[in-house]
Design a protein around this ligand. Structure first.
Ligand code: FES
Ligand code: FE
Length: 384
């Protein structure tokens, strides 16, 4: 990358100021985590499941969203529906499995109240003897649903924020291009590999780590071999619209820089041989490279525990051909393990008195300060 790279915008003026991180308690305090669950995870659009994982009517998945279990299923018409996974009789979880398939209804395992795939209560034992129970009033509680990039996004807020503004436009602004992400056609790609990581760290440490590249030269030898500019420590996300260029002699985004697969249809010449990274707060990271898309979904489970599901998506012909994906997957799997080990190394220190007032963000991490301000805004704490 050079200073004349048209994809690299000027360093914002605030970048020269040193800024503190959040105080340590923001990564450990159960009360703060509970407020984040309510005001962030349950209030924003949350990327819950991959649409193709609900292949047929009756397929369902459950996902932890904030403090709630959410049941996402495909109804008889092929549309996706999502509900709070709580039986309206006595509150049993309707589905306890992470995934499954039913024929036409969801039945609570406790007293067999039965709901159709649109959440309506259709049957219950001895229902004729329960004149006070209004079936129309006792359906599963629905939550808002959108599908984008081949994923089901849910929002538990009664009045969700604009999906267009807080998700689609957030991605477009980061890439400085309305159409950039659409060109990868993520909704038509096939799942090549999924790896789940159970990380003993606060979700914000994971996000902050993903947003910076100050650590790349220290902990990501394979990544900096493929993207030499990362060894300089400047995150691709620091520069609006910038895609990090593959190094000379690098044939593909693979663990050893050998060739990957053909460019995804729709990816432009300008996007070729480049890596783009986008964070969609609160819990999604996207990586875009010419031959695949990597989607990380974070599921914050506790102040010090985050489950991360990472999907590697390829053109269906690549997956159908049975091609060996291992060198392609291994690059970011190693990066993930290196990153999550770093986050786990920081987590215990968050409760140290040495970190009571937090640490500092070096100037190139000014966009992490923006993330902190966003968290503060969501929690109604203007001083963050
Ligand atoms: Fe579900 Fe009773 S709690 S049927
Ligand atoms: Fe990293």
């Amino acid at each position: 990358m050079t200073a004349t790279d048209p994809h690299r915008t000027a360093v914002p003026s605030q970048a020269s100021e040193l800024v503190s991180t959040l105080p340590g308690r923001y990564y450990t305090d159960p009360a703060i985590f509970a407020r984040e669950q309510e005001h962030i995870l349950e209030s924003r659009w949350f990327c819950a499941v991959r649409s193709a994982d609900l292949a047929r009517p009756g397929a369902f998945r459950t996902a932890t969203v904030g403090r709630e279990s959410v049941l996402v299923c495909r109804n008889r018409s092929g549309d996706v529906r999502a509900f709070l996974n709580v039986c309206r009789h006595r509150g049993a979880q309707v589905c306890t499995a992470e995934a499954g398939e039913v024929r036409r209804s969801l039945q609570c395992p406790y007293h067999a109240w039965t709901y159709d795939l649109d959440g309506r209560l259709t049957a219950a034992p001895n229902m004729a003897d329960m004149p006070g129970v209004d079936r129309g009033e006792r359906g599963l509680i629905g939550v808002h649903v959108r599908e984008w990039l081949g994923y089901v996004w849910v929002c538990l807020a009664p009045q969700p924020p604009s999906f267009e503004e807080t998700v689609r436009q957030a991605v477009a602004r980061r890439l400085d291009d309305e159409e950039a992400v659409e060109r990868y056609g993520a909704e038509d790609l096939a799942l090549g590999r999924r790896i789940a990581y159970d990380v003993a760290a606060n979700w914000k440490l994971v996000i902050e780590n993903f947003m910076e590249c100050y650590h790349c030269g220290t902990i990501h030898p394979e990544l900096t071999d493929v993207l030499p500019e990362f060894a300089e420590g400047y995150a691709s996300q620091y520069y609006v619209g910038h895609g990090a260029r593959f190094g000379e002699g690098v044939a593909g985004f693979t663990v050893d820089g050998t060739a990957g697969f053909g460019r995804i249809d729709g990816v432009t010449e300008e996007q070729d041989r480049r890596y783009y990274a986008v964070t969609v707060p609160p819990q999604v990271f996207l990586n875009l490279v010419p031959d695949h898309v990597i989607v990380h979904r974070l599921f914050p489970l506790a102040p010090d525990r985050t489950l991360i599901e990472c999907d590697w998506l390829y053109s269906p012909d690549v997956v159908d051909s049975g091609a060996d994906l291992s060198r392609s997957v291994e690059l970011f799997d190693r990066v993930n393990r290196q990153d999550f080990a770093a986050c786990e190394r920081c987590q215990p220190a968050m409760s140290s008195r040495a970190y009571r007032d937090g640490g500092v963000l070096v100037p190139v991490e000014h966009h992490i300060a923006e993330f902190h301000s966003w968290v503060g805004e969501m929690l109604g704490e203007a001083e963050l």
